[in-house]
Design a protein around this ligand. Structure first.
Ligand code: PNS
Length: 166
């Protein structure tokens, strides 16, 4: 595969599952942009700038097919508009299970309808298919184990945020 792609998500916070998808997508596309979407219907634990900073740290040294770094941006609006601005025809998504497929298939169809953008799905690695940022936030709040779900840097950021909120 070649050309550019956009991998969107909330990334609140980035998990090892996200990083796996990004590394694999970067190996497929010449250029990859990770778009951190500030979803107004959710109250995030980390603001968009913090999520971008955590992702940027996780992706240090990850390169796309053209040898350049993975770009990480904060974004608000319709994904198809970002695709048009970037002259990108492809969205990348990770699929964990059938529940993801049910949602993602419809989003892919909608994005194709309103923006002529195709969505490429990468099957989540089995060791990460149970991970979710929402689980990670809850586990952090109650002092559970975060290893295997997020990097030590992200775990430290989670614990610091939980301590601030006490
Ligand atoms: O990590 P998430 O929360 O599952 O990601 C969902 C996300 C951000 C990819 C989705 O909400 C999205 O694409 N938002 C951008 C707004 C948009 O284009 N909506 C139309 C979807 S058909």
């Amino acid at each position: 595969m070649s050309g550019s792609a956009i991998y969107p998500g909330s990334f609140d916070p980035v998990t090892l599952g996200h990083v796996d998808i990004i590394e694999r997508a970067a190996a497929l596309f010449d250029r990859l942009t990770v778009a951190v979407v500030g979803n107004p219907s959710k109250a995030p634990m980390f603001d968009a700038a913090e999520r971008v900073a955590l992702l940027t740290g996780e992706l240090e040294g990850v390169t796309c097919r053209d040898g350049g770094p993975v770009e990480v941006i904060a974004f608000d609006g319709l994904l198809v508009d970002l695709c048009r601005e970037r002259a990108t025809l492809t969205i990348v998504k990770g699929l964990r299970d059938a529940a993801d497929l049910a949602i993602e298939q419809r989003m892919a169809q909608m994005n194709r309808q309103i923006g002529d953008v195709e969505t490429v799905f990468l099957a989540t690695a089995p060791c990460y298919s149970h991970l979710a940022s929402s689980f990670v936030r809850e586990i952090a709040r109650f002092g559970g184990r975060l290893d295997g779900s997020v990097s030590p840097t992200v775990a430290a950021a989670l614990l610091a945020r939980v301590a601030e909120d006490l």
